[in-house]
Structure formats: structure tokens, C-alpha cells
Design a protein around this ligand. Structure first.
Ligand code: URA
Length: 164
């Protein structure tokens, strides 16, 4: 249900494991995960040192479909507790379903991305941002520049301490 370092300043939250993640028992280890690792490396972060990674739904939905709203709602209390315990300064939601579930909003990820939001769960506070899912970026490489903007904003927030 997670990889990386609990307690790290950045927590990345995806949607659900795919086939490779299911086999490995770790989030984001397939093609999208490798792109995510590269994007994190570009801002000086890596999951062995300063990133914690999870998914909204920790099991692979059959046939790789998007988890249903019911599945995500069922898993949300566990994810919220996971966030509270990991206590990141910044939460990065990748993709629409994660962003909508974690941030409790309905807009599409294109509208949500790139803007800071407050995250609160039972007295725990963090800053949160939505960005494009790396699986989408593999299909739409031109959109990487939008994600790059978001990652730079995260780097800046970590550097200036405005992440707290
Ligand atoms: N996509 C996700 O949202 N999560 C993973 O763990 C892998 C791919």
C-alpha cells in the first residue's frame, strides 16, 4: 500500500496499482512509475530518501479500470489515516480520480492542477496540489510542460519552507 519514506516532506498519491505494481506489491513501479521517478529526480527527490508514495485504492481494479467512486470512497478513511500518520508537508495528487477523492472536489484535473490547496484531516494540515498522471503524460508527452510547472512549484515550496 506504499513505498518510500513515511514522514517524508512529500507524499504522492495515485489512483490504484496496475499489473506491474500488483506483481511487485509496490505502487508506481511500471512505466508510469518510472516516469514519476524521473520527474521526482528532476526536482531532487527520490522515494528512497524523501518521498512517500501511496494510492487511493491499494488493490488493482480488474482489467486496469479506474476504481469506481464507491471503491475510492470505501478506501478513503484508510488513506486519510495513512496521510495523518505519514504527516507530509505537501500532498501531490496525480490524476483526476486521486485529486478529486483526496481534495474532495469534482473539477477535472486540468482545472485542478497547479494550484495550491489546503488539506485537512482530523486536525492534520498539509498543502496539496493536483497534477497530471504520469500514465497520461506517457500518452500526451506535450503536456509534460504543465506537470513540470507543478513540480517546480513543489520544489519551490519545499525550498522556501512555505510547505509547512
Ligand atoms: N498508476 C497509479 O495511479 N498508481 C500506481 O501505483 C501505478 C500506476
Amino acid at each position: 500500500f506504499s513505498d518510500g519514506v513515511p514522514g517524508a516532506p512529500l507524499m504522492v498519491i495515485g489512483e490504484a496499482p496496475g499489473a506491474e505494481e500488483d506483481r511487485a506489491g509496490l505502487p508506481f513501479v511500471g512505466r508510469a512509475g518510472r516516469l514519476l521517478d524521473k520527474m521526482l529526480a528532476a526536482i531532487g527527490l527520490d522515494r528512497a530518501t524523501n518521498v512517500y508514495i501511496a494510492n487511493v485504492v491499494p488493490w488493482r481494479p480488474p482489467g486496469n479500470r479506474t476504481p469506481s467512486p464507491q471503491e475510492m470512497a470505501a478506501c478513503l478513511p484508510f488513506l486519510l489515516r495513512q496521510i495523518e500518520l505519514a504527516a507530509p508537508k505537501i500532498i501531490l495528487c496525480v490524476g483526476g480520480p486521486s485529486s478529486q477523492t483526496v481534495l474532495g472536489v469534482t473539477e477535472g484535473v486540468m482545472r485542478l492542477r497547479g494550484r495550491w490547496r489546503g488539506f485537512e484531516s482530523r486536525g492534520f494540515h498539509a498543502r496539496a496540489m493536483a497534477t497530471l498522471h504520469p500514465a497520461y503524460l506517457l500518452r500526451q508527452p506535450l503536456q509534460k510542460r504543465l506537470a513540470w510547472r507543478d513540480f517546480r512549484a513543489i520544489r519551490a515550496a519545499l525550498d522556501t519552507g512555505t510547505a509547512s
